[in-house]
Design a protein around this ligand. Structure first.
Ligand SMILES: NC(=O)c1ccc[n+]([C@@H]2O[C@H](COP(=O)([O-])OP(=O)(O)OC[C@H]3O[C@@H](n4cnc5c(N)ncnc54)[C@H](O)[C@@H]3O)[C@@H](O)[C@H]2O)c1
Length: 244
């Protein structure tokens, strides 16, 4: 039995890649493709979609995910911009309906490992800053991957080291933003896809953990794995690492 998959955001860069990946997988059946202005709930019902992959835009992703779950399909969401409260609401919605689901800030296995290694290293080298680099059409900053990395580092290290000096920003934003509280710096340039460096500093040494997605294909093994795995789950997870 093949799994009926609908791709939402199908006209976008990630959506196009997902269409190719779903069509190329013999275990999956492309049930439909929707984008801005289409009736998502109607398409899910009409096409009897079992899983909906959503790569749309920050701000739209949460409402889309609610629509998907309310329609009885399993969400596999890569769209960025989810707050912890929104993820919690989706967890409740999925648990009530015993539906599997995933919201993942990064579907590249190398990025999942980069986050894990960075969090592990921060236990021993707690001075950490993140530089995330993306193509210049990315709307939101900082990236969901950077925020998730900061969260994992925040949970892994005992406490954030106190600053050695009282810093003064001569221009606002010079020191980036602080989350959990880890400094994140965002770079946007043509030629880039999705990249991240986590730099840890210690006495007389630095350690850099870096991941590069050099094409959007890098996300597809993770997306396909999630589409298959959510069929066997009865709850929603945040982060691909929970499905590996
Ligand atoms: N999790 C990951 O691994 C990962 C990887 C790459 C990109 N992303 C994220 O995926 C999202 C899409 O990235 P992209 O580069 O494909 O963007 P994109 O702008 O190329 O495509 C977005 C598509 O979504 C459509 N859209 C917008 N609002 C919609 C709505 N309410 N309903 C249906 N469709 C809607 C747009 O018309 C467009 O076709 C972004 O949030 C990006 O940050 C996540």
């Amino acid at each position: 039995m093949t799994i009926r998959v609908l791709v939402n955001g199908a006209k976008g860069r990630m959506g196009q890649e997902c269409l190719r990946a779903v069509e190329g997988d013999p275990e999956l059946d492309l049930a439909g493709a929707t984008d801005l202005g289409d009736d998502l709930a109607g398409a899910i019902a009409q096409q009897q979609a079992e899983v909906v992959v959503d790569f749309t835009t920050a701000g739209a992703g949460f409402e889309n995910a609610r629509t998907i779950v309310a329609a009885g399909a399993r969400p596999v969401v890569g769209t960025s911009g989810f707050t912890p409260e929104q993820v919690a609401e989706l967890e409740t919605m999925c648990a009530e309906r015993r539906l599997g689901g995933l919201v993942a800030p990064n579907f590249a296995i190398g990025a999942v490992l980069m986050m894990r290694f960075a969090a592990e290293a921060a236990r021993y080298l707690p001075h950490v800053e993140i530089i995330e680099l993306h193509h210049d059409l990315k709307i939101d900053a900082p990236s969901g991957t950077a925020i998730k990395t900061a969260q994992l580092i925040g949970e892994a290290r005992a406490e954030a080291p106190a600053p050695k000096v009282k810093e003064e920003e001569l221009a606002p934003g010079a020191r980036g933003t602080a989350q959990y509280p880890v400094r994140i710096h965002s770079v946007r340039l043509p030629g880039l896809v999705a990249h991240q460096e986590v730099i840890l500093g210690g006495t007389g040494q630095t350690l850099t953990v870096r991941h590069d997605s050099i094409s959007r294909e890098s996300f597809m093994p993770g997306v396909l794995l999630a589409v298959k795995k959510v069929m066997t789950l009865e709850r929603l997870y945040y982060g691909l690492e929970h499905l590996l």
